[in-house]
Design a protein around this ligand. Structure first.
Ligand SMILES: Nc1ncnc2c1ncn2[C@@H]1O[C@H](COP(=O)(O)OP(=O)(O)OP(=O)(O)O)[C@@H](O)[C@H]1O
Ligand SMILES: [Mg+2]
Length: 237
């Protein structure tokens, strides 16, 4: 079963007399464990698609199945639960909180869970170790480098053991070497934990190391192609 199935998905905004077709009929499916890059020019609908996938927005029409569940039939509470339990976010709008240190930031999504989670802190510390920040646990965001802060954000996206992580430019705002390190890290989480990743990127070097590139144009899928691994450790994928 596909992890995600989008059927004729649209998101239209009424702007005065005009309709903005932010997403305009997207049909595609993403398999569990895939690492997908979404590319396209500014305004092509990338963030809109991620917001819909993350159940942060409701579509104008069309269907979003996540793990076989038709999310359109869910109420707001059920959508929030699904979001909290199954989806991790690396979004600029959900930046690290400046007053919290690294481990507190990683634990932030736990606050929105209904059930108490006594293992939360231990899990957060392990995740910080996984992203090679065991020695920066008590640092606040201003006391971290840009790449380190992004690694905290990646760790945070995984705190609830999600099946799916959505990233809107998760490697933006760092130099290209750091961006490759962040990509390697997400790739490791993808292969070791089987987490499905869908990330928006403007960086073709990043996109080319995904399993698949979906290119949006004017709210539609302009192309959707697998990346053929060119030797190295990914040969045969
Ligand atoms: N709330 C809204 N109301 C009206 N129009 C909107 C709204 N949100 C997005 N849009 C429009 O929908 C289109 C798609 O926006 P979206 O944010 O998905 O683009 P994007 O591909 O993420 O661009 P960027 O690369 O600049 O982040 C844009 O033309 C935008 O102006
Ligand atoms: Mg965007």
């Amino acid at each position: 079963m596909a992890a995600i199935e989008l059927t004729d998905l649209t998101k239209h905004y009424q702007q005065g007399k005009n309709v903005v077709r932010a997403l305009d009929g997207v049909t595609l499916s993403i398999q569990s464990g895939e690492f997908v890059a979404v590319v396209g020019r500014s305004g092509s609908g990338k963030t809109t698609m991620l917001d819909l996938l993350g159940l942060l927005l409701r579509p104008t029409s069309g269907r979003i199945l996540i793990d076989g569940v038709d999310t359109g039939t869910l109420g707001d509470g059920e959508r929030a639960t699904m979001r909290g339990e199954r989806i991790g976010f690396i979004f600029q709008e959900f930046n690290l909180l400046p007053t919290l240190n690294a481990v507190e930031n990683v634990m932030l999504p736990l606050r929105y869970r209904r059930r108490k989670d006594p293992d939360g802190r231990a899990r957060a510390l392990r995740l910080l170790e996984d992203v090679d920040l065991a020695d920066r646990v008590e640092h606040r965001p201003a006391e971290l480098s840009g790449g380190q802060a992004q690694r905290v954000a990646i760790a945070r996206s995984l705190i609830n053991n999600p099946a799916l992580v959505l990233g809107d430019e998760p490697t933006g705002e760092v130099d290209s070497e750091t961006s490759m390190q962040l990509l390697d890290l997400m790739r490791r989480m993808n292969t070791e934990r089987g987490v499905t990743f869908v990330i928006v990127t403007h960086d073709l070097e990043v996109a080319n190391r995904a399993d698949r590139i979906i290119r949006l144009k004017d709210g539609r899928v302009a192309s959707d192609e697998p990346i053929v691994a060119s030797g190295g450790s990914r040969a045969g994928v």
